[in-house]
Design a protein around this ligand. Sequence first.
Ligand code: NAD
Ligand code: GLY
Length: 366
Amino acid sequence: MLEIPVDLGERAYTVSIGHGLSAALPELLADHRGRRALVVSNRRVWSLHGARVEKALRKLGPLARVLIADGEAHKDRATLAAIHDAMWKERLGRDGLVVAFGGGVVGDVAGFAAATWMRGVDWVQLPTTLLAMVDSSVGGKVGINHPGGKNLIGAFHQPRAVVIDPAFLATLPRRETQSGAYEILKCGVIADRALFKALADAPVGLVGWGRVEVENAIASAVRIKAEVVEKDEREGGLRRVLNLGHTIGHALEAVTRYRRFTHGEAVGWGLVGAAWIAHRRDLFAGSAFDSLAAAVDRLGPRPRVSDLSTARILAAIGSDKKAVKGRAAFVLPTRIGAVTIRPDVQAAEIRRALRVMNGREALTAR
Ligand code: NAD
Ligand code: GLY
């Protein structure tokens, strides 16, 4: 088992990573023994892995569950209300514990329900997608979507523990594995050349990777995220580096109403766009751009971007919640393993980047 501390003073917690670790939940969560717990999951994850997790959690104390509908469309107020209703029905008190068991959607909405129930109850994360293991389960960002935009309603509420069991990945569809792989690659570009190299050489969809390779890649990504979050928990500055690839990525998701791309696929495209902008500014060498774009392409095909309206993408970038006065800050790579933040990227630069992305479609389109 690998253990990565997230040192946030009184909100500190440990991320434990290991194949089969869910069987050790009674020991890993021993501090929470006897507390009334509510597991939040979705029907799909529960039908695949619920029995195993329920058996382990029942050893800790009284347990109830609420299963939410699957998909980004349900990261909404109706689902939040349903979880709050379950908390009420189960008489979950301030000493209760919420267990988020699923991908990033479950983690975000369950964490936000925990943050808002009785002004905040404890919660733990048991992520089941690669993306949730390497990104959303760590760092305490929780929330739901508003009809006007993604993640507009939210909070920072750190979990008390994160338990990552890569055994859950055995049932994950390949496209979802790819989605998480783009986020791992992103971490490599931000801060870890060796991690970048491991992903750049990885087989499509990480098919054929062994347990050790998977665990090491997850641990490296989590370490990077933990280090950033420790220095800037509430995204006052440094934490924005984790948004590499997200400025264009979020816009692609928004203009396609979150139906065309997985989050990671959109980030993959966004990495290429940001790298091109950095290259055109002479911040990022041409050879580095080539290896980054090749690594993104190698991780698998992504849905196309060429039929999307450039004007709508630019408008979506301008209305991103991180934009200031209509201009979104861009995280730009300066080499593999280092990035800088630039607030002054012009529409013309983004247009050129989109043209380069369109040109790569021949390599990647499904
Ligand atoms: P997801 O939660 O929708 O899961 C993807 C699909 O995989 C779903 O259909 C789910 O039911 C299924 N699934 C989950 N685990 C499975 C398993 N082990 N086997 C088979 N199927 C499984 O998507 P995601 O990519 O995990 O998360 C995306 C969400 O995460 C977005 O809402 C995004 O905004 C959020 N996010 C949050 C943060 C954060 O810091 N809080 C960071 C990144 C992304
Ligand atoms: N996913 C970006 C962050 O957690 O800050």
